[in-house]
Design a protein around this ligand. Structure first.
Ligand code: FAD
Length: 474
């Protein structure tokens, strides 16, 4: 027997796309249900993505600072000892607090939370979409109906052909966030942001880390100068890179594995105790019944949507990692807000060109707007300004002198087209860049703004001044 309940909006998936859409929809007066198949809210981001990875990045950074840098500041300590269990517990506590926080927000906003796997099964006699929920814990199957459904089921890790994840040796980021011991040798397939962040964590904690990347460079979507600077820095930290290298197979031996690869000079092999596959993620559409209803997917399996986030079937919407655009939590959340605001008749839009991207290595890398390579390719004339953190007072005080800020501005009207930062707290600094760019600001605008001294943000002003060869501290 199935219980039927009607809502204004059903959201499938409680990741940063779905849960934010649900809260905003409730604020706008809609009666909302959220169906989530995992026991906790927050999706990949909170449970096995952004948050646990940053918790471990922060912990491992403190460990590495204590081990490698305290002496430089005149602080003498015994060699720090790693208690991995405590570090993992702290990470789990951070995740727990945040996922429980979303449950609280759901209650506060009167959102019905349903635990189970949802699928779309067609329309009921009044034309509403029907969502069947296969219960995880309750005995009764539930059928929900609503005129509008947002599908926000996110993505899953892609594997290497012929080398399926086994959860033990061939693992995804999910397992790499919870290893119970520091691997002796961790091989990472993929030099993108997930691979480099997880590689940084385990390198700082003492693992030998080798990153194998098929392309001749890491972070292929980043500005070349920025990606190269990060590459040099990560190598200095002891991460080994094999670029232009394709993993061709893996052979398991007891608790280890032999990875076969080809770097263009024939087949080679190397031992490891873990192979983290971080070669990308693919949209999670299986089992939702989308194809059966006629919801169109593109050649990469992403859901095709219009400017209202509506799929090819009226009343069914899709947001987040499921749809084209960068697979980022803040992009998913912005789409969630804009999607429901447009349902409510607002004229909201996501400004895709100003979505920042960050790699949380140390130094961090952050980008908003276009890269120098993209500008060259599209024939846009630009001026570049650059300022190195080595010349900045605050960076010297912090002993964080690696990296730079680079600003690319339109040669004709000075409007900023891209800002690229490699350096300390680039993740926070990029907010100024995104703000100025989304107000269509120019390099001259940043140059006029008073920046507090001594702060890292002064590097942004100096780079803006440098666009016109007026930087003071160069
Ligand atoms: P998801 O977060 O994937 O949520 C989808 C939810 O839908 C899941 O909880 C899933 O259980 C549920 N679901 C799926 N199918 C069903 C179904 N049939 N019924 C019910 N529920 C279902 N992004 C950043 O911006 N910054 C970062 O620092 C960052 N770090 C990352 C680190 C790692 C290791 C990983 C893996 C990802 C990281 N990301 C980061 C990417 C980010 O996590 C995703 O872009 C984001 O979570 C996408 O949000 P979403 O709402 O589209 O989907």
């Amino acid at each position: 027997m199935s219980e039927i309940t009607t809502f204004d909006l059903i959201v499938i998936g409680a990741g940063p796309g779905g849960y934010v859409a649900a809260i905003r929809a409730a604020q706008l007066g809609m009666k909302v249900a959220v169906v989530e198949k995992r026991a906790t809210l927050g999706g990949v981001c909170l449970n096995e993505g952004c948050i646990p990875s940053k918790a471990l990045l922060d912990s491992s950074e403190l460990f590495a600072l204590a081990r490698d840098r305290f002496a430089l500041h005149g602080i003498g300590i015994e060699t720090p000892r790693l208690d991995l269990g405590v570090m993992m517990q702290r990470k789990d506590d951070v995740v727990k607090k945040l996922t429980e926080g979303i449950a609280y927000l759901f209650k506060k906003n009167g959102i019905e939370r349903i635990h189970g796997a949802a699928s779309l099964t067609g329309r009921n006699p009044v034309g509403h979409h029907q969502v069947d929920v296969k219960p995880e814990q309750v005995a009764t199957a539930v059928t929900l109906t609503a005129p509008k459904v947002i599908v926000a089921t996110g993505s899953e890790a892609s594997g290497l052909p012929g080398m399926p994840f086994d959860g033990q040796i061939v693992v995804s980021a999910r397992e790499a966030l919870s290893f119970d011991a520091v691997p002796e040798h961790l091989i990472i397939a993929g030099g993108g942001y997930i691979g480099l962040e997880m590689g940084s964590v385990w390198r700082r904690l003492g693992a030998r880390v080798t990153v194998m990347e098929m392309l001749p460079q890491i972070l292929p979507t980043m500005d070349r100068q920025a990606a190269d600077a990060l590459y040099r820095s990560l190598r200095k930290q002891g991460i080994q890179f094999r670029l232009g290298t394709r993993i061709t197979g893996i052979r398991r031996t007891d608790s280890k594995a032999v990875v076969h690869f080809d770097a263009g000079t024939g087949s080679e092999e190397i031992d490891c105790d873990k192979l983290l596959v971080a070669v990308g993620r693919r949209p999670l559409t299986a089992g939702l019944g989308l194809e059966g209803l006629g919801v169109k997917l593109d050649e990469r399996g992403r859901v095709v949507i219009d400017c209202d986030y509506q799929t090819t079937i009226p009343g069914i919407y899709a947001i987040g990692d499921l749809v084209p655009g960068p697979m980022l939590a803040h992009k998913a959340s912005d789409e969630g807000v804009v999607c429901v605001e447009r349902m409510a008749g607002h004229h909201s839009v996501v400004e895709y060109e100003y979505i920042p991207g960050v790699v949380y290595t140390w130094p961090e890398g952050a980008i908003v707007g276009q890269t120098e390579e993209q500008l060259k390719e599209s024939g846009i004339t630009y001026k570049a300004g650059r300022f190195n953190f080595a010349a900045l007072g605050r960076a010297r005080c912090m002993d964080e002198t690696e990296g730079f800020v680079k600003i690319l501005a339109d040669a004709e009207n000075d409007r900023i087209l891209g800002i690229h930062i490699v350096g300390p707290r680039a993740s926070d600094l990029i907010a100024e860049a995104a703000t100025v760019m989304s107000f269509c600001g120019s390099a001259g605008d940043i140059a006029l703004m008073c920046h507090a001294h001594p702060t890292l943000s002064e590097a942004i002003r100096e780079a803006a001044l440098d666009v016109h060869n007026e930087a003071i501290h160069v």
